[in-house]
Design a protein around this ligand. Structure first.
Ligand SMILES: NC(=O)c1ccc[n+]([C@@H]2O[C@H](COP(=O)([O-])OP(=O)(O)OC[C@H]3O[C@@H](n4cnc5c(N)ncnc54)[C@H](O)[C@@H]3O)[C@@H](O)[C@H]2O)c1
Ligand SMILES: [Zn+2]
Length: 384
């Protein structure tokens, strides 16, 4: 394989202070030149690819060949099982063990390559943040969701008890390489889940992303453009508020307060992340309306944008409002036990708001049931 294979390629920069800034490279066939590209950021010839068995079988060989062609030593491969339910402290312990027992000692300069979706990226990033007090790592996202969202921004971590991403660290990657070719093996339901985060960017920042033709991604140029546009929004927000201190970065959590609670209530088994976020965005739109922040046409547009992508908007009937409210109180944006919510003021403008009372929450969730209906079947089947 040669660099001639790499076609359409575009770069988005994440500007951060010190030497922590990095580039997101987006294109088709980039895996075949990953070795060359990573030479620019690597501090050693030793690379450990961290991934899941299925992704290793599909794309691990191409990455390995490209690393060797780029002058790296034959990389070590470390895997853990797929599924959000393996995004745990127990998995971290197993991975530390595997790294410790590699024939070649992992040193501070060893480069970790996260090859996979958001679960691999979050777990591998946290391994890199913590093993030997911090290793360099790069993200090679293979799901749409990871390309447009999770591989960028340096949030790493695992779920703990009934809380999503409760344990983790901020640790920025040295580079992100998004090869759109890898999406060819991604199941369609996973692809759609990624569109949930794209709809989110449309609601919080760039309504042009919501136009049905923008999300019509059968053309690779259109897909590359959608990923680039999403990454630019994420990069801009992360550059301005890297550690979620000013409240700006929190807007990326639009739809996630209810979304995370639903994922947790259904034990991470029923919904894909982007599906839970879509139901959460419908909820946020309705709660926004109940709070007098989100105008009715905006609420309607948010729900319509999810529906166009065949993303779910109905709350499940077997998760009582009480359970949702209790889970939301643990949300990382909560302050003094009071939930703060990201609400849309208009399409393209969202804000982290305090003062959302339980009465508003209940009224919003009731409104969601009224306008969307309630889901009573197995959502996994319903949206496939
Ligand atoms: N760190 C962040 O900023 C951030 C942002 C958004 C989401 N997240 C996290 O991301 C996770 C969700 O990520 P996800 O949606 O990518 O799910 P995922 O990582 O679980 O991947 C979904 C499934 O697709 C498989 N897969 C991945 N790439 C494939 C490919 N190219 N071909 C075939 N199969 C492939 C995986 O093995 C897995 O079974 C959640 O844990 C969420 O909390 C993190
Ligand atoms: Zn998300």
């Amino acid at each position: 394989m040669t660099s001639a294979v790499a076609r359409i390629a575009t770069t988005v920069s994440v500007a951060l202070s010190g030497e922590r800034g990095y580039e997101i490279q987006i294109g088709s066939g980039l895996l075949s030149t990953a070795g060359e590209r990573l030479q620019r950021v690597a501090r050693s010839g030793h690379v450990v690819i961290l991934t899941q068995p299925k992704i290793a079988a599909l794309w691990g060989g191409a990455l390995r060949d490209s690393l060797c062609a780029g002058g790296f030593d034959a990389p070590d491969l470390v895997t853990f099982p797929a599924g959000e339910r393996f995004k745990t402290v127990a998995t971290m312990a197993r991975l530390y063990d595997k790294l410790y027992n590699l024939p070649r000692t992992v040193e501070r300069r060893t480069l970790i390559v996260a090859l996979g979706g958001g679960v691999v990226g979050d777990v591998a990033g946290f391994v890199a943040a913590s093993y030997l007090r911090g290793l360099d790592y790069v993200q090679v996202p293979t799901t749409l969701l990871a390309m447009v969202d999770s591989s960028v921004g340096g949030k790493t971590g695992v779920d703990f008890r009934d809380g999503k991403n409760l344990i983790g660290a901020f640790h920025q990657p040295r580079a992100v390489i998004a090869d759109l070719e890898t999406l060819k093996t991604l199941p369609s339901r996973e692809f759609r889940s990624g569109l949930g985060e794209v709809v989110k960017y449309g609601v919080i920042r760039d309504p042009s992303l919501l136009a049905p033709n923008r999300l019509e991604v059968s053309q690779s140029e259109a897909l590359a453009e959608m990923v680039r546009c999403s990454c630019e929004i994420k990069a801009e927000v992360v550059s301005a508020d890297e550690r979620e201190e000013s409240g700006l970065r929190a807007i990326l959590n639009y739809g996630h307060t209810v979304g995370h609670a639903l994922e947790s209530a259904t034990r991470y088994r029923r919904y894909k992340h982007g599906e839970a976020v879509a139901i959460g965005m419908a909820a946020a739109a309705c709660i926004g309306e109940a709070a007098g922040v989100t105008p009715v046409p905006v609420r309607e547009a948010v729900i319509a944008a999810c529906r166009v992508q065949a993303l779910p908007v109905k709350r499940p009937s077997d998760v009582p409002v009480e359970d949702l409210i209790a889970l939301m109180a643990r949300d990382k944006k909560a302050e003094g036990g009071v939930v703060r919510f990201v609400l849309a003021r208009s399409l393209g403008k969202a804000e982290l708001m305090g003062g959302i009372t339980e009465t508003m929450l209940r009224a919003g969730l009731a409104l969601q049931d009224e306008v969307c209906g309630r889901e009573d079947g197995n959502i996994g089947e319903a949206v496939r």
